[in-house]
Design a protein around this ligand. Structure first.
Ligand code: TXA
Ligand code: MG
Length: 315
């Protein structure tokens, strides 16, 4: 059984403040949106986001949606466009996620975007979600609040069934109205592209755009979410499971050792996951081959190794 208890909160103001304080403190809080219950972490805190992957038992790092309370807040993180504005004005708050290029100076953790240069953002319509986002006044990364591979939760009871004891709190405000996840539209290319069908009908989006959405090409790694690591893999050669690095190599360590950058001195996989993409970016900027120390294959280690193998794959 669980060794810690998950608090059930209401949508009353003092409970919402409590939930925001937990997020601020790096804890995980499930909350209702109009689509499904989301499992939230402060999107600026890499370790909180890593803990979120761990709680869900996600086998790999898929990019997450950042939830914000206003268009102004979204603009702090992404490069806003005319089309984004049109769709946001028409459908936000609501079950629509827009994928846009990250902007300089954003403070979103690399783990939220899984190292991509784009970010999915949305303003959820549920009053409890909006109250929570306003109380935190920061971006909340939230996948559906279910263990990986299980069905998305549309009630707090579903969340309890899957995640009790693994997260700090659940804001319970009844069943979700929409019940399927948001529709995701990619706006970082030349034409808007439907990345995932969802709670907002494609036809409604096309009516506002005045033209059809492009369909996602499953074979194109640029549009297939979750498959994108080769896209941001380091330019340099990457070797894995290295215990004795070459003098010419930069050494990415794990655990107590001497190295150029350490994923976690204390061999903590949650900390390592939080550091993974940022450290790879830093080493890549130094333009030398990279050797990576062995990472254990349990817990978040499986996802870390999955990503590292993709980074090391021949290109
Ligand atoms: O309705 C929803 O969208 C719910 C609620 C909680 O907001 N959230 C949700 O999150 O469904 P999740 O993590 O289960 O699904 C997010 C999807 C994934 O398929 C992911 O690959 C895609 O969004 N995604 C996120 N950021 C992306 C990006 N930068 N580029 C392409 N796809 C992205
Ligand atoms: Mg999901």
């Amino acid at each position: 059984m669980s060794n810690s208890s998950t608090r059930i909160l209401t949508a009353q103001p003092q409970d919402i403040r409590q939930a925001a304080a937990l997020l601020q403190a790096g804890q995980l809080v499930a909350f209702p949106t109009e689509t499904v219950y989301g499992l939230g972490a402060d999107a600026r805190q890499g370790e909180a986001v890593a803990a979120l992957y761990a709680a869900k038992g996600r086998p790999s790092f898929n990019p997450l949606i950042a939830h914000v309370h206003s268009i102004e807040a979204a603009k702090r993180h992404v490069i806003w466009t005319e089309t984004a504005n049109k769709l946001a004005e028409a459908f936000w708050p609501g079950p629509l996620t827009l994928v846009l290029p990250l902007r300089d100076g954003h403070d979103i953790s690399h783990l939220v975007t899984a190292g991509l240069e784009t970010l999915g953002v949305r303003i959820p319509a549920h009053p409890a979600a909006r109250a929570l986002l306003s109380a935190l006044d920061g971006p909340v990364a939230a996948p559906s609040a279910n263990p990986s591979g299980r069905i998305s939760p549309t009630t707090a009871a579903h969340v309890v069934a899957g995640l009790d004891g693994r997260i700090a709190a659940i804001v319970d405000d009844g069943p979700c109205g929409v019940g399927v996840e948001s529709t995701i539209v990619g706006l970082s290319g030349e034409t808007p592209i439907l990345l995932r069908p969802g709670g907002l009908a494609q036809e409604d989006i096309e009516a506002v755009l005045g033209h059809p959405l492009q369909m996602r090409d499953a074979s194109d790694p640029l549009t297939a979410p979750g498959q994108l690591l080769s896209h941001y893999a380091p330019r340099a050669k990457v070797r894995l499971n290295v215990t004795t690095p070459d003098p010419a190599e930069l050494y990415l360590g794990f655990g107590t050792m001497s190295c150029d950058l350490n994923l976690s001195d204390s061999a903590d996989l949650v900390e390592a996951a939080a550091n993974l993409f940022g450290h790879l970016h830093q080493l890549d900027a130094m333009d030398k081959p990279i050797a990576v120390a062995p990472i254990p294959e349990y817990g978040l280690g499986a996802a870390i190794n999955d990503r590292l193998r993709r980074a090391a794959a021949p290109r």
